[in-house]
Write a protein that binds this ligand. Structure first.
Ligand code: FES
Length: 391
């Protein structure tokens, strides 16, 4: 008499019995045992029937067993049907999918048009722009999603697959089988067979591919040579920032004083002032130490750029452009508060500390016929951050 459990081989058992077979065998053996007056063996209780448990899905695999094709060299038998079961319903679904993708394309173009035509100069315009951009972009993704769902549900065949675990490393046969399965899947997806669906999907995504190019517009126009020059021109008066008054050397006579000035006619122009802001500093006679020969910038002509020991420097820090207007009277240092670049005002504003790599540009100044301080030219070098490494 065997005392093995289901799935175990024992005397008289093949080890291949299914539960019904096992049950039948157990019952007959139990009946025989009863007839013989013997006790049924331990561990031989009949299995309970579980009500409501669904039948397990048929074990199928996307990757054919390597042994299937390995020896014979034959192509594995395809597992999935090539097309949907109902061609009429599929045709209808195809039309809906194409319509979704084409509408998505139109919505994409709508996004581009809205971006190009609705300005953002005012709060109302910005609201309208955001509404139009958000609505059109949402439509694009919504229609793409709907089209994709209908495609999958109604154009692809519905097959239940159970993928068994495999070792991570694939064999050449498995790779070959995967290739075949991939091609089979591509065919099943109808992507190749239905060019209208394919093309409309590609068309639907085209505006999205182009959209980033339009977004580059937000970076503004190319600067061109605008960073090389400022609003300063020969003859423009230096106006005190805040009051807008011109200033004479006599009014600015106390050594150690510093005043922020801007070019006449541009004080209220923020764009112009972003580059043209200047500080003027009054020194005692003999305090200014730079000449053409010893200037921090080689061969820079500076002798005639000052008036009565008043010197004018760009206020825009050459590191990353903060206003450098903190002035230490005793040391004659100009300090930029952002990253502590320090410039020596007596030596052509050369850098003595900090991350800036070149001196503050100097503005050539003189006086006009009425005795007011004026610029005698624009700066002779670009102001602001040294992005071109002009150290
Ligand atoms: Fe002046 Fe950085 S911006 S030190």
């Amino acid at each position: 008499m065997s005392n093995s459990s289901p799935g175990q081989s024992g005397a008289g058992d093949s080890g291949e019995q299914s539960w019904p077979e096992y049950l039948t065998g157990a019952e007959s053996r139990g009946a025989a045992a009863a007839a013989e007056g013997s006790v049924p063996p331990e561990g031989r209780a009949a299995p309970h029937r579980v009500i409501g448990t669904p039948a397990p899905a048929a074990a199928r695999t996307l990757l054919a067993d390597a042994g299937d094709a390995g020896d014979s060299g034959e192509k594995p038998v395809r597992e999935m049907p090539a097309g949907p079961p109902d061609p009429i319903r599929a045709k209808k679904a195809e039309r809906i999918v194409v319509a979704c993708f084409l509408l998505a394309m139109l919505a994409g173009f709508g996004f581009l048009v809205a971006y190009g035509t609705i300005g953002v100069g005012t709060i109302t315009k910005t609201l309208h722009s955001n509404l139009a951009l958000g609505a059109t972009l949402s439509l694009v993704f919504l229609l793409l999603g709907i089209g994709a769902v209908i495609w999958v549900r109604h154009l692809m065949p519905e097959v239940e697959l159970t993928e068994q675990r495999h070792p991570m490393r694939s064999t050449p046969q498995e790779r070959e089988a995967f290739k075949g399965t991939f091609e089979e899947g591509a065919e099943t997806s109808q992507f190749v067979k239905r060019p209208m669906v394919r093309r409309s999907l590609i068309a639907a995504t085209l505006p999205l591919a182009v959209a980033p190019i339009f977004l580059l517009r937000d970076l503004g126009p190319l600067p061109g040579t605008s960073l090389d020059t400022t609003a300063w021109r020969k003859g423009l008066r230096l106006l005190v920032y805040g009051t807008g008054r011109p200033i004479t050397p006599a009014e600015f006579s106390s050594p150690g004083a510093i005043v922020s000035v801007g070019p006449e006619g541009f004080l209220n122009d923020d764009d112009a002032m972003a580059k043209a802001a200047v500080i003027i500093i009054k020194f005692r006679p003999g305090q200014l130490q730079f000449t053409s020969a010893n200037h921090a910038v080689a061969n820079k002509v500076v002798e005639n750029w000052t008036v009565n020991d008043i010197v004018a420097y760009s206020k825009i820090c050459t590191h990353v452009g903060c206003p450098a207007a903190l002035y230490e009277q005793t040391t004659h240092h100009i300090l930029c508060p952002c990253h502590q670049s320090t410039f020596d005002a007596t030596q052509g504003a050369r850098v003595i500390f900090g991350p800036a790599t070149r001196p503050l540009p100097q503005l050539p100044i003189g006086v006009d016929s009425e005795g007011f301080l004026i610029a005698t030219s624009d700066f002779h070098e670009p102001v602001g951050p040294s992005f071109w490494e002009r150290s």
